[in-house]
Design a binder for this molecule. Structure first.
Ligand SMILES: Cc1cc2nc3c(=O)[nH]c(=O)nc-3n(C[C@H](O)[C@H](O)[C@H](O)COP(=O)(O)OP(=O)(O)OC[C@H]3O[C@@H](n4cnc5c(N)ncnc54)[C@H](O)[C@@H]3O)c2cc1C
Length: 443
């Protein structure tokens, strides 16, 4: 058999390689004309990511005056840097949730994640947002035999109690679905989707502005103070008064004031990476992922690979939490990971590799609630596209006083932190190395 050419590190990057997200080819974060801040608003939202917009849109449509204050450009945070995967699960796996909270709570949490993706599907359809949204389903690829058994053991409960359409694909049949022999079988879940990370955001931004919400870019919130029956919000461009305040800063939450410091102590900002290859012809795409779905591994430090929404590029990511490596160095390691597992991937070059931050919580469950009267939504754990669109919508319903409709299984969970933790997750790289060692075990 002819030997394949060995690619050197320099060969794996396309000549026009960039660390801009692939999504920005079609929709870069855009600036907005600077306008004076209003003196008052019904609702002030801190952060114009997807979460801030999800809160703002229904409020503006309900006639509330809404002001979104954004430290950078709208969408420049995680919201246009994602992998575009739309889960119907939480970061914590079903067996992990059963272990820590019992089966009833685990079922409730997973049902909530199911409601979140149904909400997102409806939202995209009703708003007519062109973002390549496709409910193509997802493979969970078992990285060792035990992982396959764990997937299989939860399948029946997921089917019966959470309404999942799920199918186990043993290793012998795996090649019909993915172009790799290196996994120990797959779990196919129908229903999860993909979307274009930046055109979805741009569609939401246009609709939020059209609904009458004001968005102030380059306006950093530095203080939030309760005054009478409302709040004084201080920013880098002056202050305003708001009846309600929502903090939607997720991994970018700073320590500008005591409230932010309190929130920051409850999240672990995690550095995450995604890459996109140069164009892949349809025949090769069909050899790498014949099933055409996202492949997510069962590693604790997850890897994923999937066709882009237009199926012309491969997107892949993983190795989250590596704090000191450069983006090209991480991209090279990710390329090596998939080249080893998917023979037809080997000589594909990387056109984009980018980074961003998402926020973990200490129990891998997202948080939304109120602190001293201020609403917050944070701790997306890397599944915020559907989940935070949903919790943002629910926060808007709370503000509108529609409390029955606003209920979720995730309401007002306690927000644990760790003694001595002030918001700098210095221990994450060591924990990631430990998990990576465990992930490498053959059982
Ligand atoms: C590399 C990467 C890959 C990901 N992949 C996926 C995926 O495949 N699927 C998925 O579901 N999720 C994924 N996520 C997570 C997802 O992108 C987010 O959960 C989602 O976009 C919601 O983001 P957000 O609006 O809460 O946060 P952001 O988009 O980060 O927005 C927060 C905003 O707050 C602003 N801000 C912070 N402090 C202040 C302040 N003091 N004043 C004013 N503004 C402030 C920031 O500038 C920022 O714009 C990924 C994230 C990253 C980084």
């Amino acid at each position: 058999m002819a030997k394949r050419p060995v690619m050197t590190r320099a060969d794996i990057f396309a000549p026009d390689f960039t660390t801009d997200p692939y999504w920005w080819r079609e929709a870069r974060p855009r600036d907005l004309p600077e306008r004076p801040l209003p003196a008052r608003a019904d609702v002030a939202i801190v952060g114009a990511g997807g979460t801030g917009l999800a809160v703002a849109l229904p409020l503006a449509r309900a006639g509330r005056s809404v002001v979104i204050l954004e430290a950078a450009l709208p969408g420049e945070g995680a919201s246009t840097r994602s992998g575009g995967n739309v889960s119907r699960t939480l970061k914590a796996t079903f067996p992990e949730l059963v272990h820590h909270h019992g089966e009833e709570r685990a079922v409730d949490y997973y049902r909530e994640a199911g409601l979140a993706i149904e909400h997102l599907s409806r939202l995209i359809e009703e708003e007519g947002i062109e973002c390549g949204y496709r409910r193509q389903g997802r493979y969970y690829a078992a990285h060792n035999p035990r992982a396959y058994e764990t997937l299989e053991s939860s399948s029946e409960t997921l089917r019966r109690r959470v309404g999942y359409e799920v199918e186990m694909i043993p290793r012998a049949a795996q090649r019909e679905h993915i172009g790799s022999d290196r996994y120990h079988g797959l779990q196919l879940v129908k229903g999860p989707a993909i979307l274009h990370g930046a055109t979805f955001y741009a569609g939401m931004l246009d609709r939020t502005l059209a609904a009458g919400a004001e968005i102030h870019a380059r306006t950093r919130v530095t203080g939030i103070r309760r005054e009478g029956d409302g709040f004084e919000v201080e920013t880098s461009r002056g202050g305003l008064r708001a009846a309600e305040v929502v903090v939607a800063t997720n991994a970018e939450t700073g320590a500008d004031n005591p409230l932010f410091s309190w929130l920051r102590r409850r999240i672990l900002p995690i550095r995450a990476f995604v890459c996109a290859t140069e164009a892949v012809d349809a025949e090769r795409m069909a050899r790498i992922i014949p099933g055409g779905r996202t492949v997510i591994t069962t590693h604790k430090i997850v890897y994923h690979i999937q066709p882009s929404p237009d199926r012309r590029h491969l997107l892949f990511g993983g190795r989250a939490g590596r704090n000191h490596a450069s983006v090209p160095a991480v991209a090279a390691a990710l390329h090596g990971h998939f080249a080893e597992r998917f023979p037809d991937f080997r000589d594909l070059r990387i056109a984009h590799a980018w980074e961003g931050h998402f926020a973990y919580t200490f129990d891998a469950l997202p948080r939304f609630g109120q602190r001293d009267g201020v609403h917050f939504i944070l701790g997306d754990c890397g599944t915020g596209i559907p989940l935070f669109a949903w919790l943002g919508h629910k926060t808007a319903l709370r503000i509108l006083g529609r409390m029955e409709e606003a209920r979720t299984a995730l309401d007002d969970l306690p927000c644990p932190t760790m003694v001595g933790y002030t918001g700098n997750p210095w221990f994450v790289p060591a924990a990631v190395r430990w998990y990576a060692l465990r992930d490498a075990l053959p059982f």
